[in-house]
Write a protein that binds this ligand. Structure first.
Ligand SMILES: [Zn+2]
Length: 407
């Protein structure tokens, strides 16, 4: 748990359930298509917790705008940051910036006893985005992996209408369900691809809708395995199902741009700890801190200061943190979610971005105010083209940048 949100008595600690989490990405399913089909597994998960529309792509026409492309979406989820930080702009994944830690690295470094797993129809998720085994990505090893089947062309030869990918998704989801049921890993990622292939090939079409229904069956297997674990063991399972981008309005075959349909995604979860952020346009970058809250993994401060998402699971203090500069005055705004009228926010600023190179920034505290004030301003004595602003609240951090365009 981030901060001191929950204080448990000695008795409740002994009976406390072990938190476990699994997140599933169904590739390229726009919110309108999912809502129109209302498939049963995702509906049941949402009934147990909640369903919301969400967004990808960073802030439109802003310093953190990010293409609505698959790999940038997956790593936005994994690192809780946008493209200006993780530096993945397309599916080539040429030069990811591993200084922004992913969820597996945080989980394993903070608690080496946690068991992690990945079940994926795209090998690069593990080898490039997580960067398993790479020293620059922390040299972590996932506890279990079931992926790379798309490279086994003897077993899965390329088929018409990407039918080999449908079969691989079947194998991946079956294995995820089996492994979760039998061993109960603490943190798992399931990635299923076939929906996006049908979207690209047929656009908004019966074939695409059928792929979403298939994916829902696959989700159901995993949801079912989790529920069986909860009946047998003293475990508290979180499931989050989402997508990496929507599709374009003209037929749905494309994505990558910043149209509303491409930016609009969705999140379905069984969480019973959803906070008000879940109702206020959450983003894909909110998923990572939400899962870590559920797992009670405290994010190291230097990593937490850079995370662009705020949790929608567990305690929340603020979101929608923005900054603007008018002459020598920097003005900050946020949306307050704290019910405690005396809760404060501390404001920090730095003009460097050494974190990007794996070094630290020298933050200066410029003041503090009540969270409920929802605004703060201060003056600076120079005309730097770059300011990194961080606020610290009782339960988490939030950050934003000022980047002058004319410098
Ligand atoms: Zn995609």
């Amino acid at each position: 748990m981030i901060g001191g949100g929950l204080i448990r008595s000695a008795e409740s600690q002994t009976s406390q359930k072990t938190p476990k989490a699994v997140f599933i990405i169904l590739d390229g399913v726009p919110a309108d298509a999912l809502e129109k089909l209302d498939p049963p597994a995702i509906r049941n998960i949402s009934k147990a917790g909640g369903y919301t529309r969400a967004h990808v792509g960073g802030k439109k026409r802003n310093y953190n705008e990010t293409p609505t492309i698959s790999a940038p979406g997956y790593i936005s989820l994994l690192t809780g940051t946008w493209g200006n930080k993780h530096n993945v702009w397309d599916n080539d994944v040429a030069a990811p910036n591993y200084n922004y830690w992913n969820i597996f690295r945080i989980a394993e470094k903070v608690n080496p006893n946690l068991r992690t797993a990945i079940f994926s129809t795209w090998l690069d998720n593990r080898t490039k985005l997580i960067g398993e085994g790479l020293p620059q990505a922390g040299g972590i090893t996932l506890g279990y992996k079931f992926d790379g089947l798309e490279h086994d062309t003897a077993k899965y030869p390329r088929e018409k209408n990407a039918d080999h990918i449908r079969k691989i998704d079947e194998a991946v989801s079956n294995e995820a369900a089996r492994y979760i049921l039998e061993t109960g890993p603490d943190l798992s990622w399931v990635y299923l691809e076939f929906t996006d292939d049908m979207g690209h090939q047929f656009g908004d079409s019966p074939q695409f809708y059928q792929a979403i229904i298939n994916a829902d069956h696959q989700v159901n297997r995993i949801w079912d395995a989790m529920k069986q674990r909860e009946e047998k063991f003293n475990e508290d399972w979180l499931i989050i199902v989402t997508t990496d981008h929507g599709r374009n309005s003209a037929g749905g075959k494309e994505h990558g741009g910043q149209s509303e349909r491409e930016r609009t995604t969705w999140i379905a979860t069984n969480s019973k700890q959803l906070n008000d952020r879940f109702k206020h346009s959450p983003a894909i970058v909110d998923i990572m801190p939400s899962i870590l809250n559920h797992l009670e993994v405290k994010i190291p401060e230097d990593v937490a200061r850079e995370i662009d998402g705020v949790p929608f699971v567990g305690p929340i203090d603020l979101s929608h943190f923005t900054a603007s500069k008018d002459g020598n005055t920097i003005k900050l705004h946020w949306k307050n979610f704290s019910k405690n009228k005396t809760d404060k926010v501390e404001v920090f600023v730095t003009q460097t971005n050494h974190f990007k190179e794996g070094k630290s920034d020298d933050y200066k505290k410029v003041g503090e105010t009540l969270l409920s004030a929802e605004a703060f301003k201060f003056t600076v004595d120079n005309d730097s083209p770059f300011f990194k602003l961080v606020v610290k609240t009782p339960h988490h951090f939030a950050n934003t940048w000022i980047v002058s365009k004319n410098k």
